[in-house]
Design a protein around this ligand. Sequence first.
Ligand SMILES: Cc1ncc(COP(=O)(O)O)c(C=O)c1O
Length: 427
Amino acid sequence: MAPPDPAAGAATVTAAPAAGPLDGAAVRADFPIFAREVRGRRLVYLDSASTSQKPEAVIAAVDGFYRRHNANVHRGVYRLSEEATDRYEDARATVAAFIGAADAREVVFTRGTTEAINLVAAAWGDTHLGPGDAVVLTEMEHHANLVPWQLAAARRGAELRFIPLGDDGHLDLGALDRVIDRSVKLVAFTHVSNVLGTVNPVAALVAAARAVGAQTLLDAAQSVPHLPVDVGALGVDFAAFSGHKACGPTGIGVLWGRYAVLADLPPWQGGGDMIRRVTLRASTFEDPPGRFEAGTPPIAGAVGLAAAVRYLSALGMDRVRDHTHGLAALAVRRLADVPGVTVHGPRGARGGAVPFTLAGAHPHDLATVLDSAGVAVRAGHHCAMPLHDRLGLPATARASVYVYNTADDIEALVEALHLARGVLGCP
Ligand SMILES: Cc1ncc(COP(=O)(O)O)c(C=O)c1O
């Protein structure tokens, strides 16, 4: 029998109770991957900051699209193409509502956060930056919100400046007056650090940028999946996130921009679907978002992302935030009890990422031993080399939690760390 078609809006998206705190164990039952074992043990997945697992509702939506509605969008006058186009544009409206966009036309589908930021660095950077201009970033950025700006600054002869990271794991807001002046055209910063879990003060950063007439870009890769995010209320000009970290498929992400800001930008990539009229020597272009979606878009990915945000909405984003922040706080407390373990990052509230080191062990060796106990954590620089330079560490291990994790997963990590201390001969 064909699976239900959640894209049609009829299916129950989660079996988890709709009230009270989120029950990680009930949520876990929505994710087929947890039916399998790893190394003969229950899967303990603590790497959701890299990518999340996918609920049945998302898998079924992608499957249902390919089984029943697959055709290219915006091109055909036949029934199937109209169905595909409806589903693709419905996905745009669903995502727009989820992030508080004023207008679905403000949502541009991309491959992910990285592509969204590259789009802004190219289309906005090449038209708004020149010698004497500056872009302000922070010392805790993921390479996705750093390298595109290095490339744009080099192309345009602009300068990069950085808001420093304090020893407390928070941005040093005392430095804002020194770093942000009238030469600054953009302040681009992560909402939640993918390494430290630090939740940055968006309002203060937006106010500092606005005071000098600068625009703002929010890297929301670690916030849209984890907290209620309302881009309109936050007051930023651009925001970017990836579907795959928010229960959605890989290969789909979003650039959100205020409509007037997007309408003012030239295209980034050229090709089919983004044009109005093409002659051999020149073209005119669609309005946003079409102007920024050259070629066949990730149609099934958009359908899957819409199912993902419906799933998260059914769980309730306040409950998602409370659940992941609560588990992260539990992990901080429990890891600190393991001899030789140092937990890095801010004291107090943090997002779902908990980086740590074990004295006498390289994080890669540590992660390998944890894997032998069925516990999946990430080790390395987590695409934030400058942040690790600032911390004076070549690498960290990182446990990151999401809706399907439970206190049992944290206990499994603690137990595996005790095992690792023995195996690795730690002091
Ligand atoms: C804060 C942050 N920004 C950007 C990215 C890049 O996301 P993607 O690889 O999905 O483009 C990530 C991924 O880990 C991230 O955590």
